[in-house]
Write a protein that binds this ligand. Structure first.
Ligand code: 1HN
Length: 349
């Protein structure tokens, strides 16, 4: 007869054993295995919406509290309610709302984390990236590639406000992050304004020369005017996807991939009355409505996302969106990183 293994120990005996191995920096996998490898993703984040009408006055109040220079970056962090104190909108993504007041400079620095800016309000505000300045306008999607010097400022007389999205939690997870301050508040301009758009922005790319930002797109301001026109051309074709409506992703013109190495970004349009079918994916998404109004139902929670409001749709949560008006919205997530690791998944119902 074949011998079968029989459990021989009670809880107290096992605990005594665990206490013996602990000083050797050893631990029993069988006590934690289920938690380490869940059968499917269970996001720690919850669905949530931040109304711009509530955020804006609070941010302007911070403008009276301290200067951009004192703060280095004057930002209200968008903290997922279930991840309070962690500076996370999802487990992997940082997001915040930044304010630069007239005459201010957010001083030049650089870091390993990649950043995106999605501009909510700006007339004449600028960011300089690696020696090239770009003027920011509402709806522009602006990239700060990892390792690039960047400073922001406003020489005109109105505040500028944008949403920041950074991959810093991914960088910190790998413990691979560096940060440096520039000797000057403003880096010097070594390129003409909009030079990168001239070189890379028309579906044609230079015959020679290296990618200036490695895996990040050489275009660092995807202007809303252009992106919106491209999107509306697709809408005009009239073949929406039942789950994603009309959507175009921001692409790196050098390789066709996502514009950023870790963060995926895209722009969507839903005509009034369009309701997407139930959908979920392994990337937690941050959504910013530029035009119109969208009602979301995510994980059974229903909320309205109005103009300039910011919402979060956690990873692997079922949900759908309905357009109360003709709507355009910007989305970012860690999908670009997940795809590079070969782990991104979606499900459609
Ligand atoms: C940063 O460098 C900026 O450059 C914004 O505007 C937000 C949050 C954490 C770390 C660095 C910016 C940031 C940040």
């Amino acid at each position: 007869m074949q011998a079968t293994a029989t459990p021989t120990s009670d809880a107290a005996t096992r605990q005594k054993y665990y206490d013996t191995i602990a000083p050797q920096a050893l631990a029993p996998l069988w006590e934690v295995l289920k938690g380490l490898v869940p059968p499917e993703p269970r996001s720690k984040a919850v669905p949530h919406v931040w109304q711009y009408s509530k955020v804006r006055p609070l941010l302007l109040e911070a403008g009276k509290l301290l200067t951009a220079e004192e703060a280095e970056r004057r930002v209200l962090v968008l903290e997922n309610p279930s991840l309070a104190g962690q500076s996370r909108i999802t487990s992997s993504m940082y997001a915040g709302v930044q304010l630069v007041m007239p005459g201010e400079i957010a001083p030049a620095h650089k870091h390993t984390a990649s950043a995106l800016r999605f501009v909510l309000e700006s007339k004449g505000g600028y960011t300089t990236v690696a020696g090239e300045r770009t003027i920011m306008s509402r709806g522009d999607f602006v990239i700060t590639p990892n390792g690039a010097w960047h400073d922001h400022g406003q020489e005109a007389d109105s505040p500028i406000i944008w949403v920041d999205g950074l991959d810093l939690h991914m960088i910190n997870f790998f413990e691979s992050g560096f940060m440096e301050h520039h000797n000057d508040k403003k880096q010097s301009l070594t390129k003409k304004d909009e030079e990168s758009v001239a070189r890379y922005g028309s579906g044609l790319v230079p015959m020679t020369g290296e990618s200036p930002f490695g895996l990040t797109s050489p275009i660092f301001n995807y202007r809303f005017e252009k992106s919106r026109a491209a999107l509306m051309d697709i809408v005009g074709q009239g073949r929406s996807d039942a789950h994603i409506g009309y959507a175009l992703r921001y692409a790196n013109p050098l390789d066709g991939g996502w514009a950023m190495p870790t963060i995926a970004t895209w722009l969507s349009q839903f005509p009034k009355g369009f309701e997407s079918k139930d959908y979920r994916s392994t990337d937690g998404r941050t959504i910013i409505v530029v035009e119109g109004e969208v009602t979301a139902e995510i994980d059974g929670k229903k909320f309205t996302i109005g103009e300039s409001d910011i919402a979060v749709w956690p990873a692997w949560a079922w949900g759908h969106l309905r357009a109360d008006k003709d709507s355009i919205f910007f989305t970012f997530s860690d999908r670009a990183a997940q795809e590079k690791l070969g782990i991104w998944r979606e499900e459609r119902r």
